[in-house]
Design a protein around this ligand. Structure first.
Ligand code: GAP
Length: 427
């Protein structure tokens, strides 16, 4: 884990939040490489689960929403963690995450208060007046933004069951004990689907989404996932069944993504609290029904962490991130063999600019610093799948060497065929 944290900092993936002011617990910032990776993960998610399917619709709801939403959803009453305080040093812990009898607090004492409920929603005020009437919450899940737009999408898009709404966006939780790098933070991004089905079909679609989630983990190159059937007493208040997709992190097996059967809980509650009818007119039976919901929920930062941990390899003195090429921030690096030969530099820049102008998201990078071996190693460490080197032979026959990150093997490719060469291999 330390190696990943250090690589992320050193190479511009993830920086501690507010670092020059000593940081802010539970927050992390993405650097240029981190943005490259998460944007590619998000793009893959949207392509796979939204744009390549006929039954999915995207929405983007506000982070600030009417507080009644959180009453209806049960978050005001139930979105709580049990908290204990160390009586000696006053540190706070999640009671379900430490062994209160033997567990260690920061000071080594074992004397805790009784567990109390702590609501994890961040509260703020909309507008200049700070009283209870202006209280609003930062959303702790993107899901509710989809339930409250259910009717809008029905009215505008006229979808047929089963269909889903999808959203990518930030969520906020005042976690008692954030930690393990970007695994548990107070601000993070979710990629969620609310999939509406007829009640009698829920098991079928639960299985369908379960398979989809496992297949996506494999597609991203995430290794070491397992399923955990969540027992009833641990499930969220709305869930009739939950399966966690767990990942073997260096700190133990913990949740990566979650799959829940939310029943008709949310639509029924919002209907009750808003006074609006949130039903679907079933043309087959001529009945109005409240659809049931299957919810696959994905945390973006945990996905990024699992992708990085799965891709991390050490090969002698070489550190290699064996990212799937489609996830790599840069797909290609272009080098002149040496930096002090203007003809080589000029040709390398020409190739770099033509790849950059191409519309294939190759996101090439140019580098002429140091020696070629160092440049290869630097690209291996950030997961760039291919390095192109312009050498003296290039000036004669317009071919370049393409070096493969994983095998370190090189082949000669005609400069004019480079774009096709990479696009064909972008899996
Ligand atoms: N709408 C359902 C829901 O929010 P959840 O299991 O509480 O369910 C879904 O969260 C996913 O969001 C988790 O599987 C995880 O990937 C991510 N997640 C939850 N809390 C997180 C936190 N504090 N930091 C980072 N990711 C988190």
């Amino acid at each position: 884990m330390e190696k990943i944290v250090s690589l992320c900092k050193r190479r511009g993936f993830v920086f501690p939040g507010s670092e020059i002011y000593g940081g802010l617990a539970g927050t992390w910032d993405l650097g240029p490489m981190g943005i490259g990776l998460v944007d590619n993960i998000k793009r893959e998610w949207l392509r796979r689960f939204v744009s390549s399917r006929e039954d999915m619709y995207g929405v983007k709801s506000s982070i600030l929403m009417n507080s009644k939403i959180w009453e209806a959803s049960g978050h005001i009453n139930f979105f709580v963690d049990p908290m204990v305080d160390c009586k000696k040093c006053k540190s706070r812990f999640r009671a379900d995450k430490i062994d209160v009898k033997n567990g260690c607090s920061n000071c080594g004492a074992h004397d805790f208060t009784e567990a109390r409920s702590f609501n994890m929603m961040f509260k703020t005020h909309a507008g200049p007046v700070e009283d209870s009437s202006t209280e609003v919450y930062l959303r702790p899940e993107t899901a509710q933004g989809m339930f409250v737009n259910f009717k809008n999408v029905l009215d505008t898009m006229r979808p047929k069951l089963p269909f889903g709404l999808a959203q990518v966006g930030r969520a906020f939780r005042n976690e008692i004990t954030p930690g393990n790098f970007i695994f548990r933070t107070r601000e993070f991004e979710q990629m969620e689907v609310e999939y509406f089905v007829r009640e009698q079909d829920w098991k079928k679609y639960f299985e369908m989404w379960h398979k989809e989630m496992r297949a996506w983990a494999e597609d991203l190159g995430i290794s070491g996932v397992s399923d955990r059937e969540v027992p009833e007493e641990e499930r969220a208040h709305y869930s009739g069944r939950t399966v966690d997709i767990d990942f073997d992190y260096p700190f133990g097996r913990e949740e990566l993504w979650g799959l829940a059967y939310r029943q008709d809980f949310d639509l029924s509650q919002h209907s009750k609290f808003s006074g609006q009818e949130l039903t679907y007119h079933d043309e087959e039976t001529k009945e109005k029904i409240t659809p049931h919901v299957i919810e696959p929920s994905f945390g973006l930062e945990r996905t990024m962490l699992a992708v990085l941990l799965s891709a991390y390899h050490e090969d002698g003195d070489r550190t290699v991130l064996k990212l799937k090429p489609k996830l790599a921030p840069y797909k290609v690096a272009v080098f002149p063999l040496v930096a002090n030969k203007p003809q080589l530099v000029e040709k390398a820049r020409e190739i770099f600019l033509s790849l950059k102008a191409g519309g294939h998201n190759l996101n090439p990078v140019f580098d002429d610093r140091g020696n070629i071996g160092k440049r290869y190693y630097a690209q291996d460490e950030i997961g760039t799948p291919w390095c192109v080197t312009v050498d003296y032979q290039t000036l004669e026959d317009d071919t370049v060497t393409v070096r493969d990150r994983d095998t370190a093997e090189q082949e000669r490719v005609s400069a004019k065929d480079l774009e096709t060469y990479f696009v064909d291999r972008l899996l």
